[in-house]
Design a protein around this ligand. Structure first.
Ligand code: PRP
Length: 207
């Protein structure tokens, strides 16, 4: 699917399977989600823009690369928090913005309850972090907010997506690059991904 990269690496898929397993308790779920995020960020940042620089080693001068733009990580609360720490360890200079979104239980419409972001995202690489993409409503809402702040280079690090949600997001946010570990079969009538892994927020925090 255009704009969507499914990361089929065996370590990612092994971890995804652990996360799907209903017997995986919150303590283990947090650990594995964090691990899989670190693996996925490697792929999601592969096409980051770089500039050529020269560098002096203790012995000689040589050429190298440095990242062109500052990075802003934006986890969507709550579930996105489960992928934040390990990504931040790999990109320690990144700034972190937060978006709080909650799906209303009957309409499934995404509603903001928290926004805390850098004011200007124009020259930044933005990584939106949300392990679940169901109807796509949360991602579309988050992207509208990021666009208001000028974001042009946005990647979504996601774990499991529903085809319906991907279609919705592609329609409303054609420039968003999506990195996921699985495109599952479908949504059930309550808007949960099948087979999915349940409610990632609840499984992370036990509530
Ligand atoms: C879940 C999930 C995503 C969103 C996906 O969050 O973590 O953010 O729903 O659904 P959508 O694609 O249909 O919008 P939820 O609203 O349950 O909040 P939580 O992370 O606090 O559990």
């Amino acid at each position: 699917m255009k704009g969507v990269t499914v990361i089929t690496h065996p370590l990612v898929q092994h971890n995804l399977t652990r996360l799907r397993d209903e017997r995986t308790e919150p303590q283990e779920f947090r650990r594995v989600l964090s691990e899989v995020a670190a693996l996925m960020i490697y792929e999601a940042t592969r096409t980051f823009a770089t500039d050529k620089v020269t560098v002096r080693t203790p012995l000689a001068t040589t050429r190298g690369l440095k990242l062109r733009r500052e990075v802003v990580l934006v986890p969507v609360l709550r579930a996105g928090l489960g992928m934040l720490d390990s990504i931040l360890q790999l990109i320690p200079k990144a700034r972190v913005g937060f978006i709080g979104l909650k799906r209303e239980e009957t309409t499934l419409a995404a509603q903001f309850y928290h926004k805390s972001l850098p004011k200007d995202l124009r020259q930044r690489e933005v990584i939106l972090i949300d392990p679940m993409l169901a109807t796509g409503g949360s991602t579309v809402a988050a992207m509208a907010l990021l666009a208001e702040l000028g974001a042009r280079n946005v990647r979504l690090v996601n774990l499991v997506a529903a085809p319906e949600g991907i279609r919705h997001v592609r329609q409303h946010c054609p420039t968003l690059r999506i990195f996921t570990a699985a495109i599952d079969a479908k949504l059930n009538r309550h808007g949960f991904i099948l087979p999915g892994l349940g409610d990632a927020g609840d499984r992370l925090f036990g509530v």
